[in-house]
Design a protein around this ligand. Structure first.
Ligand SMILES: CC(C)(COP(=O)(O)OP(=O)(O)OC[C@H]1O[C@@H](n2cnc3c(N)ncnc32)[C@H](O)[C@@H]1OP(=O)(O)O)[C@@H](O)C(=O)NCCC(=O)NCCS
Length: 222
């Protein structure tokens, strides 16, 4: 991991201040995703969990980029609507902010944890952060009492599939033409019961190996 000697990455719940950076990462990782995820709405839902990995000791200023004409128009209309409805203006992050280098989103449905999205900034890939996000998602699912974890991946995304297979996800089926940009099929991957003693033992072992290889990151899950 690129963290400086002695410093460790932090895995923590996503906050509203992280959203602009998470949008940036989503756009970089999934350029064809449409519509873009409304992370603000996702964070408000009691059925979701979002975690981010932040780089230790690195701070960034909130974006000062000029919004596009469409974004300006949307903001203008939203402001007018808020004022009509007597709603307060949203808080703008003041910074300096943590540098977010990856995120994972999970939907909790009954006893199932559905990993909906996972991505790491391009320049931080291959350093164990994707694995850390999978560990965090499974740990969170266990704490929420889920029995199974599931997700979809593009059939061509072998790299992501090998990461999931390492954590016991197996191919459970295919969703034909699931991705609207190129009509690519999705492979559905699910785990055996994650609350079984066998899975917990395997998971614990993988986490130990991860710590030996990459160091022990700080983790705050809720
Ligand atoms: C998939 C993704 C999150 C992985 O994150 P990452 O930080 O690069 O992954 P890690 O460094 O933690 O690697 C974890 C495992 O992934 C696989 N992997 C990672 N980099 C790899 C590479 N260059 N070649 C082959 N396998 C690789 C390996 O199985 C690796 O485990 P190992 O080191 O024990 O062999 C990242 O590549 C990404 O953001 N991709 C774009 C978005 C995406 O495709 N998301 C998944 C949607 S289903």
């Amino acid at each position: 991991m690129k963290a400086e000697e002695g410093a460790s990455y932090l895995l923590r719940p996503m906050t509203a201040d992280d959203i602009p950076q998470v949008v940036e990462i989503e756009l970089e990782a999934f350029p064809t995703v449409w519509p873009p995820t409304s992370f603000k709405r996702e964070l408000r839902s009691p059925l979701t969990g979002y975690l981010v990995v932040v780089a230790p000791g690195v701070k960034v200023r909130p974006s000062t980029r000029q919004p596009s004409p469409t974004a300006s128009l949307v903001r203008h209309i939203a402001r007018a609507l808020r004022s009509l409805l007597g709603r307060p203006e949203p808080q703008v992050p003041q910074g300096p902010l943590d540098l977010v280098v990856g995120y994972v989103g999970i939907w909790f449905m009954a006893d199932e944890a559905h990993i909906t999205s996972i991505a790491v900034r391009e320049t931080y890939r291959g350093e164990g952060l994707g694995e850390l996000l999978v560990i965090g998602a499974i740990e969170l699912a266990l704490r929420k009492g889920c029995r199974q974890a599931t997700l979809e991946a593009r059939v061509s995304n072998r790299l992501a599939q090998s990461l999931y297979e390492k954590y016991g996800f197996r191919r459970a089926g295919i969703r034909k033409a699931y991705y609207t940009d190129n009509l690519e099929d999705a492979v559905i991957m699910t785990t055996d019961p994650i609350d079984s003693p066998q899975y917990r033992e395997r998971f614990g072992h993988l986490v130990d190996v991860f710590h030996r290889r990459h160091g022990e990151p700080s983790m705050i899950l809720t």
